[in-house]
Structure formats: C-alpha cells, structure tokens
Design a protein around this ligand. Sequence first.
Ligand code: GRF
Length: 189
Amino acid sequence: MKNLAILASGSGSNAEVIIRYFRNHETIRIVLVISNKVEAGVLEKAKRLGIPSMVIPKKCWQEETDILKTFKNQQIDGIILAGFLLQVPPFLIERYSKRIINIHPALLPKFGGKGMYGKQVHQAVKLAGESNTGITIHEVNEVYDDGEIIFQASCSILPTDDVETIALKVQELEHIHYPKVIEGHFKTI
Ligand code: GRF
C-alpha cells in the first residue's frame, strides 16, 4: 500500500474526486489532507469524506524537523498538490524526490510561474487569444511549475468562451485525468 497526502489551499474539488477514486483502491490510500488555511473548503470536504485532515499555517512550513516528523509519523509515501498555493519547502522536495506531483490549469510551459494560479491563468490564456488550453500534471521541483511533465490534456477555446467557460472546461479535464495519472505515477515508484 502507498499512503498519499493531499495538500490543498482552496475549495478542494480535485481533492474530492481523488479521495473518491481511491476509496477501496488496491494499492493507493489517501490518508491525510493538509491545508495551510483554516477556512479552506477542502477541510470540510475531507471531514465529510472521512479523511483525517490538519492545518499547517504558512509560517510552520519552514520548520524542517517538525514537518518531516509529521509526514513520517503519518507514513506518507507521496504528496499530491491540488491547488496548494504555498511553495513546497526544499527539504520536503528532497525527501520526496519524484513523489510530489502537481496539477496546473494550463499547458505548461506557457502560462505558468509565480502568481499564475486560479482565474489569472485563464485570463492570461484568453487575453493571449489562444485557441486551446488544458492541464499539465508534473513533478514538483524548487521552481514553480517547472518539474518534469508527466501528462497533458487539452481542450479547445471558442471565440465566444469567457474566462468562466474556460475554467469549467479545464476543471472537467482535471477531474477526469488527475486521479488516473496519480494512479499510474505511483505504480511506477
Ligand atoms: C485547480 O485548477 C488546479 O489546477 C490548481 O488549483 C486548482 C484547485 O482547484 N493547481 P480545486 O480547489 O481542486 O477546485
């Protein structure tokens, strides 16, 4: 069994589909949800779905010994970022080399980097007049949205699509693909 933790800062729609997908899974178990925000919707979802959760506020993420101890105590084998807005500390990246993955709501390397999250991404895509967009699932390294790409999927943008429509199309792709890509990735390591 591989134990995975989900890190999320927001509403947690991806966290929810991932948790549901891995219920009663043969080799992967979602054991913990961690948020940096007390008010994050993902905490309510974790509770409703029966998954333990904890809040680690921003200032505590630099406490190497405490953070590593927490992950060790919970026997975490891998980390799934699902809308986690803090930078993952280097010591965690080192400890979980190739075992931290993130989803970005655009086709990297375009429209990535610091500050590129949520609506900003779709706004930038629309402003650039792109005819398609999509999702990128990648390994996490020390630079925002820069780790090795594991998977991409795209969808077309119609001239009539506004930012909300684009966001919905991208979210649909995320929910379809993220659980399966996690499954494939953690099978191989
Ligand atoms: C998703 O769009 C994901 O690509 C990005 O953060 C968002 C999280 O959304 N990294 P949700 O909280 O899972 O709905």
